[in-house]
Design a protein around this ligand. Structure first.
Ligand code: DQA
Length: 155
């Protein structure tokens, strides 16, 4: 089974940007931990980061027929991008949304979320550990889908 991890704008700056909000961990370190955990569980994982909305849409579309699940932190596009939302809905794959910070207790504009309604679930406010939780969650969902031969339970 394969999971694609999609990272949006400025997440390549983790470890440098606003450390009081996002912490000191770099994206490569987060990805290494996810990769190790995925390998221990026999899951193939691919990582993709882009600062460009259209590239993120392209990557989500590429997941169709190639991946069994998506983990996405759309970063600032979470709050604005109908195109990313539509792409997630179009491919119809189980998708877990991650936010390092708790977007619900930050600025008002971060409470607007275009992505969450088309995702299976959202994990917010756990720092970089949220990516690990997302990996555990997507593995659980993918297994349920496999065992139910295609019919996903919607909680
Ligand atoms: C973020 C929250 C977004 O509001 C912000 O634009 C980001 C990161 C997070 O992971 O907490 O770039 O998605």
């Amino acid at each position: 089974m394969k999971v694609v991890v999609i990272q949006g704008p400025n997440l390549n700056m983790l470890g440098i940007r606003e450390q009081q909000i996002y912490g000191p961990m770099k994206l490569e370190q987060i990805h290494q931990q996810m990769k190790d955990f995925a390998a221990q569980n026999g899951i193939e994982v691919e990582f993709f980061q882009s600062n460009l909305e259209g590239e993120i849409v392209d990557k989500i579309q590429e997941c169709y027929g190639d991946a069994n699940g998506i983990i996405i932190n759309a970063a600032a596009y979470t709050h604005t991008s109908i195109a990313i939302r539509d792409a997630i809905a179009a491919v119809g794959l189980p998708t877990v949304e991650v936010h390092i910070s708790n977007i619900h207790r930050r600025e008002e504009f971060r409470k607007e979320n275009m992505i969450a309604p088309v995702c299976t679930s959202s994990i917010v406010g756990f720092g970089p550990f949220g990516y690990h939780l997302a990996m555990v969650g997507i593995m659980q969902i993918m297994n349920e889908i496999k065992n139910l031969s295609g019919a996903a339970v919607l909680f």
